[in-house]
Design a binder for this molecule. Sequence first.
Ligand SMILES: NC(=O)c1ccc[n+]([C@@H]2O[C@H](COP(=O)([O-])OP(=O)(O)OC[C@H]3O[C@@H](n4cnc5c(N)ncnc54)[C@H](OP(=O)(O)O)[C@@H]3O)[C@@H](O)[C@H]2O)c1
Length: 286
Amino acid sequence: MDNSFTNQYGSWAIICGASDGLGLELARECASKGLNCALIARRAELLNSIADQLKREYGVETRACPMDLMSDDATAQIEAIANDLPVGLFIINAGGDTVSTRFLESEMTAWRKFMQRNIDLLTESLHNFGTRFRKQGHGGIMVMGSDLAFSGAGRVSLYSASKAYAMNLIESLWTEWQGSNVDISYMVIGSTKTPKMLGILEHYGIDPTAIDLIEPEDLAKWAIANIDQGPTCVYDVDPTSMDPMTSPNARRERILRNTQIIDFFYGDLKADEDLLKNLKSGRNWK
Ligand SMILES: NC(=O)c1ccc[n+]([C@@H]2O[C@H](COP(=O)([O-])OP(=O)(O)OC[C@H]3O[C@@H](n4cnc5c(N)ncnc54)[C@H](OP(=O)(O)O)[C@@H]3O)[C@@H](O)[C@H]2O)c1
């Protein structure tokens, strides 16, 4: 039996937002590959029954960890779980828009709560798990992203901004963590048939069959299969494409090049004449 997956990401995975849709399928995929799963979401009863089901179906250990990821102590609660279990994989799935208005139509208190989960918790957790995994010499971090990371749009201001924030942060960490045996990936996906998405469509009277919704099972399989192909993976993109926005290869090349430019500015890269000519403008895209 090939143990490479469990050696790299075992023996426990923590999945934030694992009680339905894509998060549940990500947990199922982890369990099917032999990882024990700590499941985080707010609905405790549902989480307990999923924990029992995964244990029965895949013979792995599971733990239901009900919590609100928007609470002030969510990062500390996740750390407490990780202090108790040998964690090798950390997944943030929960990240959908919870405010869903135009920017000025909601008070800052509502946006603050959203940022607590999509910005603060994300940042602190990447710091905590990055430190932990680098120390133990193996591990993986995966964050579910969105096409809206690539551009802003009306009605999704902070959602789109938080998705771009996560993408740029992960791209930077990917280059900083080269050679550490810690994988980090940001999975860009489009409209998906999750309960949340179906709820939104129902609320606004939109026929869900009018839209090409991706099946969560398909996405989960793709995401876990590409966990080591970071930093940015885009679902359904032509692998030969070099489109600057969506091609994982083009993005990787640009990140490495930008890192060279920054290293040069910091005095860490002694550029030869050719490289200097290329780096001179300091502008990657020129
Ligand atoms: N669905 C789409 O069309 C679509 C498109 C592009 C990107 N995405 C991305 O895919 C990911 C999953 O999206 P989704 O549609 O399934 O909706 P979601 O609300 O981001 O995720 C649902 C899961 O997260 C949990 N959750 C949400 N808020 C939580 C909180 N404050 N504390 C603890 N758990 C919380 C939910 O469980 P509880 O309710 O039990 O807490 C559920 O298990 C998100 O990152 C989203 O941005 C989705």
